[in-house]
Design a protein around this ligand. Structure first.
Ligand code: ZN
Length: 322
């Protein structure tokens, strides 16, 4: 293996992180503009943070042991039509499969619901730091759910002799062509059941997987080694999928990457919006220049906990009286 090739493969490897840093940041940033007037000023004021932190969950993958499975779900490990048959809710899924088995195949759709509930709580207690952190995190996972290669165990084409396809689809294509994309998505919509929505997204994304793999295979058969060339990036020479090959693939996919980015943006804005609505539409303008003290936040968290346990008890009581 010559030096160039080694550097090249290394760079393909480094780029193999969900959606690529470039696209994740762009998606989180653009989601801000889908928000309603009551929310947009707060998010716009913090847009740099929302954008920069879009990649934090990927950074955590290398330090936090249970982080990686939150970014994908290997549907093919569960047989046919898994996106429609798997238990919708985490509690049920744990009953049917063991938790360590679920973790082994990835838990992305359930994790979206989990982060959404945490964000809702952060809105409840009006904690600006947590709202921003969880909004950025939720943006990341929702964007991952729109990447077809995040729904299969063949996540980098390693089972079909297409290694490198992950970064090709989600990093190289957006970096080369997103300047021409139309990112107009319209306004964020209220999602009444986030868990079911997460599954809808996963099922829709998974339907595109066949094209992602098949079209690259078709082109590869025609182009062979000519699909690669070398590019100078900074002081390094790296082996990359050539521009011409990338364009051919992009055209064959008829705008799939653009579509998936647009869907990600709208879904993220809609989930932020829904968490805010479900938390009773707290006044975000008041959080723009005011940071509550640690004590205040703790007090509100205590109130939230009390309210939640009262709600559970009330439910139990009605069950008893039936
Ligand atoms: Zn990810």
């Amino acid at each position: 293996m010559n030096r160039f090739l080694r550097i090249g493969l290394l760079s393909l490897f480094i780029l193999s992180s969900a959606w690529g840093f470039f696209a994740h940041k762009k998606i989180n940033r653009l989601a801000v503009f889908t928000l309603p007037v009551e929310m947009i000023s707060f998010y716009k004021k913090n847009i740099r943070y929302i954008e920069e932190s879009a990649v934090n969950p990927d950074r955590r993958r290398y330090i936090v042991p249970d982080e990686a499975p939150k970014h994908y779900i290997d549907l093919d490990d569960y047989g046919d039509s898994a996106a429609f048959k798997l238990p919708r809710y985490w509690s049920k899924a744990k009953e049917v499969y063991r938790e360590d088995s679920l973790m082994a195949h990835g838990i992305l759709p359930w994790h979206i619901q989990h982060v959404y509930l945490e964000l809702k709580d952060a809105f409840f207690v009006r904690d600006p730091e947590r709202i921003l952190k969880l909004s950025a995190d939720l943006g990341h996972y929702v964007a991952d759910a729109h990447v077809p290669l995040h729904t299969t165990r063949n996540y980098d084409g390693q089972l079909t002799n297409q290694v490198g396809i992950h970064a090709f689809w989600e990093s190289r294509l957006p970096e080369l062509f997103s300047a021409e994309f139309d990112f107009y998505t319209g306004k964020a919509k209220y999602i009444s059941n986030v868990q079911l929505e997460a599954w809808k997204i996963i099922a829709h994304t998974n339907q595109a997987l066949d094209s992602v793999l098949r079209f690259e295979k078709l082109l590869n058969d025609m182009w062979g080694e000519k699909k690669f060339n070398f590019e100078t990036q900074g002081r390094q020479t790296v082996k990359v999928f050539s521009r011409a090959y990338s364009k051919a693939y992009h055209e064959k996919l008829s705008g799939m990457v653009e579509r998936q980015m647009r869907l990600s943006i709208l879904a993220i804005g809609s989930l932020w919006y829904s968490a805010w609505v479900d938390a009773g539409q707290p006044d975000l303008k008041s959080l723009m220049y005011y940071k509550p003290s640690e004590e205040e936040i703790q007090k509100r968290e205590g109130e939230l906990k009390k309210w939640k346990s009262e709600k559970i008890n009330a439910k139990r009581d009605t069950l008893h009286t039936r």
